[in-house]
Design a protein around this ligand. Structure first.
Ligand code: G6P
Ligand code: MN
Length: 446
């Protein structure tokens, strides 16, 4: 089983490889191909993987290449975790938006649109190459903005591309824990929406919805991250637990202000931290795994104390900090490769699941996964307020896809202007000015 990782020089790749190392079962990944445009980053990460594999019997063989077509040929799975424009680009996405007084988060609002406009053309090129060179491969997309990018790729790969995010499962796990559910895997999480724009409406254990018990208990509700982030009163008003990214909608003013006041934006912070690692790895005798590990530990500690709190969020425990997207990716690959039927919350084509959206719209929803791929399960309709947001943001995503396809600047302005978190058409125009001046990757907009 051959897994190709695009963005193979990325800082989080050792997490994915670590998950693979723990997989001893039949039909596991035996070969990992790392692809990246940057040979220096590629070799830095490859060295970490070599050290991780030391002494592990049957560790997947690792090769690295800067040739995309070579990386794709013969792949069974393609894991896409690229960052077009790098973390420098992410920092610019944040800065340009904040200068206009709007949110520049990497997936939400103006920042997400800018990042999407840069990423979609690259993702589409990858999708076309996969369709040609590895037509039977399954593509797992983690590249943000994950829902939009998955939809762009699905136009060329159909249901063979599946988008992943660890936030819904993390949210479900936190709710299950606070409710005292012994094994969170036994719980059915009634979650639906778009990526980073979904709501937990119920959590069933042994056929019983336990969420009302949480909503009725202010102490319980106030004791976990989303309770602190959104406030118990607002959660009770909603009657659901929103994905943490909805904080940027429900408390937009506060979020923008916190970001403006923060010493560094998230992108700038990660850029500086990771530069440290790649710089240190230029020394041929650097202890790769140790350097990676200490960068990561330092990174998370600082993030928790500075940025999260600035944005109003509570602290996360170590388990949540590990993210867990590598676990979602591994569970998905296992289910497909071995026909091990499981349910996971994934980004797939709607196919009638939410009746307000068309069939090809990519949504985030619980799916039954087996050797035939991911099949969305039927869910109750969203309440009107959630439908409104989901439809508005999907309409924006469609404008982004249209702008990426046509290269029309006017369409790009429309995408920004229609976003619920951009409060004036003039702001949208200035955002397009600012972003095109900043990003060579947006030179295609005419
Ligand atoms: C969460 C989100 C991902 C995001 C990740 C890292 O897991 O669901 O989409 O990539 O956090 O965020 P960061 O700000 O550390 O890059
Ligand atoms: Mn995510």
């Amino acid at each position: 089983m051959k897994l190709t990782i695009l963005g193979g020089g990325g800082f989080r790749v050792p997490l994915v490889y670590g998950a693979l190392l723990g997989d001893r079962a039949e039909g596991r990944v035996t070969d990992v191909v790392l692809h990246d445009l940057d040979a220096g980053r590629l070799s830095a990460v490859a060295r970490v993987l070599t050290e991780q594999a030391a002494g592990v019997p049957g560790a997947p063989a690792v090769t690295a290449t800067t040739d995309l077509d070579e990386a794709l040929r013969g792949a069974d799975f393609v894991f896409s975790a690229i960052r077009v424009g790098g973390l420098e680009g992410r920092a610019a996405d944040e800065r340009v938006a904040l200068d206009q007084g709007v949110l520049g988060q990497e997936t939400v609002g103006a920042g997400g649109i800018a990042y999407g406009l840069r990423t979609v053309p690259v993702a589409v090129d990858i999708a076309r190459r996969v369709a040609r060179l590895a037509p039977d491969a399954w593509v797992i997309n983690f590249t943000n903005p994950a829902g939009l990018v998955t939809e762009a790729m699905s136009r060329h790969l159909g249901n063979r591309v599946i988008g992943i995010c660890d936030s819904p499962v993390g949210l479900g796990r936190r709710i299950a824990r606070v409710l005292g559910v012994a094994d969170p895997r036994e719980a059915w999480i009634d979650y639906v929406g778009l990526n980073h724009l979904g709501w937990v409406r119920g959590l069933r254990v042994a056929g019983r919805d336990e969420l009302p018990r949480l909503l009725a208990d202010p102490d319980l509700l106030g004791s976990f991250e989303e309770g602190k982030l959104f406030g118990t009163e607002w959660l009770r008003s909603l009657g659901a637990i929103p994905n943490e990214y909805l904080h940027y909608y429900y408390f937009n003013r506060e979020a923008v202000r916190a970001y403006q006041e923060a010493e560094k934006t998230r992108g700038a912070f990660l850029r500086d931290q990771q530069a440290h690692f790649y710089e240190a790895m230029k020394r041929p005798d650097a202890a790769a795994l140790k350097t990676w590990d200490s960068t990561r530990a330092e990174r998370e500690a600082t993030y928790m104390s500075e940025n999260r709190d600035a944005a109003g969020a509570g602290e996360r425990d170590a388990d949540d900090l590990s993210g867990g997207y590598e676990k979602v990716a591994l569970a998905l690959m296992r289910a497909i490769a071995r026909d091990e039927r499981t349910t996971l919350i994934l980004n797939v084509r709607n196919q009638g699941t939410l009746s307000v959206l068309d069939t090809d719209a990519v949504i985030e929803v619980p799916c039954l996964v087996d050797a035939n791929g991911a099949h969305p399960v039927a869910v109750d309709p969203l309440p009107d307020h959630a439908t409104g947001l989901v439809c508005a943001v999907k309409a924006v995503e469609r404008e982004v896809l249209a702008a990426a396809e046509s290269g029309s600047r006017t369409t790009a302005v429309k995408a920004f202007a229609l976003h619920p978190l951009v409060d004036s058409v003039n702001v949208a125009r200035r955002l397009v000015e600012g972003y095109t001046a900043e990003h060579p990757g947006l030179a295609y907009l005419k």
